[in-house]
Write a protein that binds this ligand. Sequence first.
Ligand code: GLA
Length: 732
Amino acid sequence: MDIIWHSKSKQYNLYNDKISYIMGITPLGDLGSIYFGKRIHDKEDMSYVLNRFGLPNVAVDPDTESYSMELNRQEYPSFGITDFGTQAYEIELANGSRVSAFVYRDHKIFKGKHALKGLPATYADVNEAMTLEIYLEDETARMSLTLIYTIFDKYPVITRHVKFTNNGTEITKLTRALSVCIDLPNQDYEWMQFSGAWARERVPEVKKLSAGSVSIESKRGISSANQNPFVIVKRPKTDDFSGEAMGMSFVYSGNFLAQAECDTFGRLRLLMGINPDRFTWPLKKGESFETPEVVIAFTDEGLNYLSQTFHDLYNNNLVRGRWKNTPRPILLNNWEATFMDFDEDRILEIAKKAKEAGVELFVLDDGWFGNRNDDYSGLGDWIENPDKFPQGMAGLARKVNALGMKFGFWIEPEMVNPDSNLFRRHPEWILATPGRKSSLGRHQLVLDFSREEVVDYIYGMLKKVIENAPISYIKWDMNRSLTEVYSTELSADEQGMVYHKYVMGVYGLYERFRIDFPDILFESCSSGGNRYDAGMLYYAPQAWCSDNTDAIDRIRIQYGTSFGYPISSIGAHVSAVPNQQTGRNTSITTRANVACFGTFGYELDLNRISDEEFEEVKKQIIFMKENRELLQFGTFYRLRSPYKNDQAAWMVVSKDRKKAIFGLYCMRSNVNQLPGFIKLAGLKEDVKYKLKGEEYYGDELMYLGLKLAKLSSKALATGQDFISYVEILEAV
Ligand code: GLA
């Protein structure tokens, strides 16, 4: 890994063993893209890549009379001079002008990586990464711009973000400030997005790119289940095992935009950042705005490798603290077992049985506080309900501890019910537009987290509960989209700041909890997977993946999630049947076989399953305790897509490749078929592996494949819906 500055040709080359990222200063003094992709040789001068000629109907620079931005690939383009593509940023000056031109002034190259103020971001020590900061200036606008690039040593990854500063005396408005633009020389790509909705999150959707734009976005104030802030741009032939692809992951949890634009000269422009819609950031004299970070990975080794890159990077260089690279406790959450209908006795009855099964952590979900017996009231009143818990949270937590389990609980700090003491006392603390009704979502309103005093108050309330009880885990929920967004604290000119300030408020609160209670394991949640993004992972190393706990639907949801996020982050539980969301019946085996490729836990009353099932649960927990490190942190391979086949398969391989765990799921039986083979991955070719008592060479399993009848000839031959197998492979 290195970052080279060729001062004569004014060219930068950021490279490691796998990738090169090359750019240069153009005749206009701004930054032009030269190359991004598989590692190539460093060369003093590659400025031949720039086009220094005009074409009919193209506007050119008046000084050079031959150079047009439109004919050259940009690093961070603006609109209004000679580039007509989608701009990465826009500033509006006091005189109303919206044209800007930043030119190169200086740069700095250093080892390691700086943190972003108040924002989540990947981190790296001096041996892990190098950073380049390029300083540009627009004299007319009296603004400076810093383009910040980090290259990682071990990963085919570049991170990027930018920072604007107003050096003038008048207020300048930032009306668009994306984090990244990548211009590529051709368009032969497919765009892959992860779309969905509540209970059917992150469905991979692929479309061929062609003239014009494709984009996804969120305007909900959260990253959303509807579109995930992670996209892949791949060659049409690229699959999980081979081919070129690029992944872009936004380390941010609010409104976003991701876009691909094919221009008339056969080029592709990729953009990602805060959604410019509803964003305006006025900068006063001396003020700066720093955008969140985008992580960009490139591979020519297929989508599994691309995903593994994000998994490893996020496990090693995004997740922080006590739970980093640490196997996660097996928990039991009472939500689907009781909803809000419980008292201490009922909770302890469930907890005792959980302990008997081997569960390590008991999680008390929604309904423990205020007057919270249903969705309609109590949110915001973070005081234990004495009718349910006579000795408060502390009393319950101690009793759970005495059983031999850790204790955690649920919060939804960003919300308030109109029927709550908090709202009655502070109706002005919600996001609401003057003169308009406030829409409800799940009967609740959104607190104005752009206001410090609101965040402070919530922190104070929750801190008391946490300090008084032995708390090991917190599930932080967020159950509605933002509407009528307006903050009474801000002036008319500042209303475009609210969405981002809200997200900063959430991050600020998370950070305070993290610092004050460093041992607590946080799990983020947003009606399941409505805020499943890299930003959240910086604070909460795991996320409740979906409110849909049906094992068969979960195969798809977890499969889709695995493209951009590590298995260690995927909150997955075994729940009761018939499943509460789908009505489907699956065996306790299959439910656990899906959940074990995740953080693993239970979300049912173990008193209400059969004795045989309970015996099986005990074995599942033993299996998980023995294998969770491999399952959560091993190298994960998608083998067969649940979207394209009636059987899905995946596996994890240990870093030394001596052990692997394989999962096969039959989603729909097929009559009169041969059981067929499935090719495994990631094994050592010349090592023999033992699987179900038989030995196979690694190459045999990877190239011939595993004959599925070897798993269970009877079940697979007769065909049964929803059967599944999880098998261990061990090097002999
Ligand atoms: C959301 C979460 C659930 C549960 C409920 C509680 O829907 O996704 O897991 O915590 O809230 O109200």
